[in-house]
Design a protein around this ligand. Structure first.
Ligand SMILES: CC(C)(COP(=O)(O)OP(=O)(O)OC[C@H]1O[C@@H](n2cnc3c(N)ncnc32)[C@H](O)[C@@H]1OP(=O)(O)O)[C@@H](O)C(=O)NCCC(=O)NCCS
Length: 336
């Protein structure tokens, strides 16, 4: 309901861009619950809104964690019942109900204290954003799904701009993605180094963390991820899959090559993905320069997978901490 006066009176001092010190989880949850009730009242004023809310409640009840595809399907099916103008309110309601019912135990992980603070920072941001009357519905909103994942405990924050999925495994077919050399490196990696294909904490950039993609965010994020791995002995390390890990990127967009270089220089193994999934779309999503290179046939983005095994990751984290890096996982000083 863009423009409603009450929407502009956020209970927090936070803004979507720059959250202040987060409040206690219980306080955030209470505000989220109150705001969710207000949105529900607005939505259920119409038959279509009542149906959408009822359907979503049955298909994906708040307070439980569902596989991401189920949440995505349920969200888009219920939302599609509504006129365009009320879809953003429906998204707010859907997310706020989850923020209100979040419990740390839903993550299934032992969470370091800094991670709990990161959750609270994200929830303050979500609350401030929901109360911002300017927000518009955006179809196929990947960032919204990541926020829902955080609020359902399926995703865990690693710093302010990266989220991790601790339930993922790598497909053994990955060994076959890059010829004999990759087979050899993969056997060494998943054999003696990780002793298995998972679970890894698989990291994703979360564009709604409020900050621009920048190298200074990555060391704090990897340190935060390392502390989650340290606290959960079952995790075999961290992993990622992206066009940002493609070695070719060093020639095409050198300013983005740090993502790969930081990991590779500190014990991660990089493997070419077997199936070039849709993830490579991101390579041309924001850059005219890369789009031109693709169109002229000079660049074919590829998805690569990184695996940073537990022992190497924790050794790197210890070196950073001993060197006096970031007493705060949310800090943004120093370069990789
Ligand atoms: C990953 C991503 C966030 C990196 O964004 P980025 O830091 O802005 O880097 P990009 O190289 O994509 O820059 C995009 C444009 O912004 C401009 N730009 C980048 N940094 C800039 C800066 N500091 N100041 C001004 N302009 C800047 C560049 O000129 C570039 O355009 P060009 O390549 O045509 O010259 C972005 O590519 C993206 O959102 N991709 C789609 C989603 C995705 O793939 N996410 C990663 C999934 S693993």
């Amino acid at each position: 309901m863009p423009g409603s006066p009450w929407l502009l009176q956020s209970h927090t001092m936070a803004t979507p861009e720059m959250p202040t010190e987060p409040r206690a989880l219980a306080e955030i949850a209470a505000d989220a619950r109150a705001a969710a009730v207000r949105f529900e009242t607005l939505l259920t004023d119409t038959v279509a809104g009542r149906e959408a809310v009822a359907e979503a409640r049955v298909a994906t009840p708040a307070g439980s964690s569902r596989p991401p595809f189920r949440t995505r399907v349920s969200l888009s099916r219920s939302r599609s019942r509504l006129p365009e103008a009320t879809r953003a309110d429906f998204e707010r309601w859907f997310l706020l109900e989850r923020v209100a019912t979040f419990q740390p135990a839903m993550s299934g992980l032992r969470l370091p204290p800094a991670t709990l603070v990161d959750y609270r920072i994200h929830f303050e941001r979500m609350l401030a954003s929901a109360l911002d009357g300017q927000r518009r519905h955006r179809p196929d909103d990947d960032a919204l799904l990541k926020d829902i994942g955080l609020a359902e405990g399926r995703l865990v924050p690693a710093g302010s701009a990266v989220v991790g999925d601790a339930r993922s495994r790598r497909n053994p077919r990955l060994l076959l993605g890059g010829g004999v050399r990759q087979l050899g490196r993969g056997l060494l990696l998943f054999g003696p180094r990780t002793r298995g294909f998972g679970p890894f904490l698989t990291l994703h950039w979360h564009g709604r963390g409020g900050r621009r993609f920048h190298r200074s965010l990555f060391t704090p994020s990897y340190l935060a991820a390392a502390e989650i791995v340290r606290a959960n002995p079952a995790l075999k390390g961290i992993s990622g899959a992206s066009w940002l890990l493609d070695p070719e990127l060093a020639l095409v967009s050198p300013s983005l090559a740090f993502v790969r270089e930081l990991q590779e220089a500190n014990g991660a193994t990089l493997l070419r993905a077997v199936r070039q999934r849709r993830d490579a779309w991101g390579a041309t999503a924001t850059s005219r320069h890369r789009r031109r290179l693709v169109e002229s046939g000079q660049y074919a983005p590829e998805v690569w997978v990184s695996v940073w095994p537990r022992a190497a990751l924790l050794a790197w984290a210890d070196r950073q901490l001993h060197a006096g890096y970031g007493s705060s996982a949310n800090g943004s000083s120093s370069s990789p």
